[in-house]
Design a protein around this ligand. Structure first.
Ligand code: F6R
Length: 241
């Protein structure tokens, strides 16, 4: 596990974008695993800047998002599909047919999850997976008490996550209580992982994930067992290390 502690959010965003761009330069048809939330927004902006400067070309890239709210359709402004379109895909030349986000309106959830896993396998697995981390140590929507063996599945969001995500909704009652998420096994099968965290609110989760015991209580702690993880932190997120 490599740990990079940088001065601020801008620096971590630039570093992560450069790592993704390098991955795509070395393997133009890379399979990228992508995250949503506040943390990667700066990184997506930097990637768009690199694309506009013609430093990186996404036309062969395939993407798989970590998760999507269950019961929300893609056109909903709160969907993670919509987030990706607005914050990245509309501004780069990724081919829409190469974008994959779990279908939050799936009727047969199990079949959709199986299909997602198969599709990841068919393209040769995820080359580089980007992760944020929840204040409770979740990665994707794999909440505490996680099953480390799970693949893409339907999850119940826990109270802390619903509370944290309510900032994006009119009222906490509007926050979906379930999501479809890649499982820990899916994430651990990625060839490379980069996890970004900024701000004091992530310091405890980072400390427990990196220095604590590997335990389902802190889902991100499993990353200690992956052989190619880079953790990119600002000073606040690293303050308890
Ligand atoms: C998002 C995701 C979540 C977030 C985490 C942190 O696709 O899977 O694990 O990365 O909840 O969210 P932010 O970045 O908003 O603090």
């Amino acid at each position: 596990m490599r740990i990079l502690v940088l001065d601020n959010y801008e620096e971590i965003s630039k570093k992560a974008a450069l790592m993704i761009a390098s991955q795509v330069m070395l393997k133009p048809n890379s399979v990228l695993g992508l995250a949503t939330g506040d943390t990667p927004l700066g990184m997506y902006k930097e990637l768009i800047t690199l694309y506009n400067k013609k430093e990186v070309n996404f036309n062969e890239v395939r993407t798989f998002n970590l998760d999507e709210y269950y019961g929300i359709d893609r056109e909903n402004p709160q969907s993670y599909y919509n987030y990706m379109i607005n914050n990245l895909f509309n501004s780069i030349n990724v081919n829409r047919k190469n974008i994959n986000v779990p279908d939050g309106m799936a009727m047969d959830v199990e079949a959709v999850c199986r299909c997602y896993e198969n599709k990841i396998k068919e393209v040769g697995g995820i080359d580089m997976q980007v992760l944020g981390i929840g204040g409770n140590g979740h990665i994707g929507f794999n909440e505490p008490d996680v099953n480390f063996e799970a693949q893409t599945h339907l999850v119940n969001l826990n109270a802390q996550t619903i509370e944290a995500n309510s900032r994006f909704f009119k009222s906490i009652k509007d926050v979906p209580i379930k999501a479809i998420s890649m499982g820990i096994k899916t994430i651990m099968n990625s060839k490379k992982i980069i996890l970004l965290a900024n701000g004091i609110g992530k310091a405890e989760a980072i400390e427990r994930a990196i220095k604590g015991k590997i335990s389902p209580e802190i889902p991100a702690s499993i990353l200690q067992l992956h052989n190619d993880v880079t953790i990119i932190l600002d000073k606040q997120a690293a303050s308890l290390l």
